[in-house]
Design a protein around this ligand. Structure first.
Ligand SMILES: [Zn+2]
Length: 374
């Protein structure tokens, strides 16, 4: 008797002997069917790599329009060299990796699906050395490589998006994904586990190039010190897990391993200063794409009202809440309540020119750049 036939006989005997078990068995089948249909729905929301790049291209355009781009080929080339060196050490070296310096004093970094990584002039001003730059870029690259943005939106909105995604014309589905992803990217509304995963990515990837593995912790400490008088979470990593917890985790993962920090090369290539967070010029109503944010700037981001606001629907807050420790939930909700209470960095004024700065970087140049890390 084949194995399958034997299994069938056993099942029949089982069912025949015991009807409550039959009911239970039927329940299991039902459950299995439901699970399968949920999985099918989620599968229909899968996007191809070209679709991912299309979404990322649209998001990057919006981010560049919002903040402007520093029109400086030398700085762009330097950031691109670090970024391409990192991307080459990931599972997705072949994406059209693009590294962009945004023209704003706000300290921030944004990753869009498909390989678009944005870092602000303010962040470059706060960063003290090349290892920290590599660490921040590696965190963002981690979001891209592990498809955090699109995956979390798909999971949180499977029911809502399924009918669009199943159509042969995928345009409306991709448009919806793009809008949701833009808000998510801009507001840093990633799942807590995705944030910790991106941190870990930085700790793992940067030493492959010779950088000190704990450099991200050093940068987060600088950021924390800078924001110590800001009442609410602010800008970069606004909804990320508690900064202190992240710093501890990163230092633990990094262990006692040493590496290069490359402070001199950084100082040679980046000359920006960062103003205090209280001196940043803020613009009203500029951040939300879907009209869900931008409560105006007269609330001075004190966060008091923001806590009372309902969290926005449709951005995976349900799943996000489940994975967040209770004491952090109010901060999460604050961060999700639109621009109120989120802070100066995200609402910082941007520059006028959204044009990409095109730089050419050859694999030979990247190799020579990596050789110089010591
Ligand atoms: Zn992140």
């Amino acid at each position: 008797m084949t194995r399958l036939a034997k299994t069938v006989v056993v099942c029949l005997a089982f069912v025949g002997l015991c009807s409550p078990a039959h009911a239970q068995f039927g329940g299991l089948l039902d459950k299995a069917q439901k699970a399968k249909s949920a999985k099918d729905k989620l599968d229909s929301l899968n996007i191809s790599e070209p679709e991912e790049i299309k979404i990322g291209t649209a998001i990057s355009e919006k981010v560049r329009t919002r903040f402007g781009v520093v029109q400086d080929p030398a700085v762009t080339k330097y950031v691109t060299l670090v970024g391409l060196a990192l991307a080459g050490k990931t599972d997705r070296p072949g994406l059209p990796w693009t590294f962009i310096v945004l023209d704003t004093d706000g300290v921030n970094a944004f990753a869009a699906p498909g390989g678009f990584v944005h870092i602000t002039r303010g962040a470059l001003g706060l960063i003290k050395n090349e290892a920290q730059l590599a660490a921040v870029l590696a965190h963002e690259v981690g979001h891209v490589v592990h498809k955090h943005t699109v995956d979390s939106i798909r999971k949180a909105n499977a029911e809502k998006l399924a009918s669009d995604a199943a159509l042969s014309n995928r345009g409306p589905y991709l448009d919806k994904l793009t809008n949701m992803a833009y808000d998510m990217v801009l507001e840093g509304k990633f799942d807590r586990n995705d944030e910790l995963d991106a941190d870990q990515h930085a700790v793992v990837v940067t030493p492959k190039l010779g950088y000190a593995p704990a450099a991200l912790a050093d940068f987060l400490q600088l950021l924390d010190d800078r924001n110590k008088d800001v009442p609410t979470r602010n800008g970069l990593f606004a909804s990320h897990p508690d900064t202190k917890e992240r710093i501890d985790k990163i230092r633990k993962q990094a262990g006692s391993a040493k590496g290069a920090v490359m402070a001199e090369r950084y100082a040679m290539n980046v000359k920006y200063d960062v103003p205090p967070v209280t001196a940043i010029t803020i613009v009203a109503g500029s951040s939300g794409l879907t009209g869900s944010t931008s409560a105006g700037k007269d609330d001075k981001s004190d966060g008091k009202d923001a806590k009372k606001e309902e969290p926005k629907k449709g951005f995976g807050l349900g799943s996000l809440k489940k994975s967040v420790a209770p004491e952090q939930q109010s901060a999460q909700v604050t961060a999700s309540g639109g621009s109120r209470g989120v802070g100066a960095d995200r609402d910082a004024k941007g520059g006028p020119n959204p044009g990409l700065v095109k730089v050419t970087v050859t694999p030979v140049e990247v190799a020579a750049f990596v050789k110089g890390i010591a």
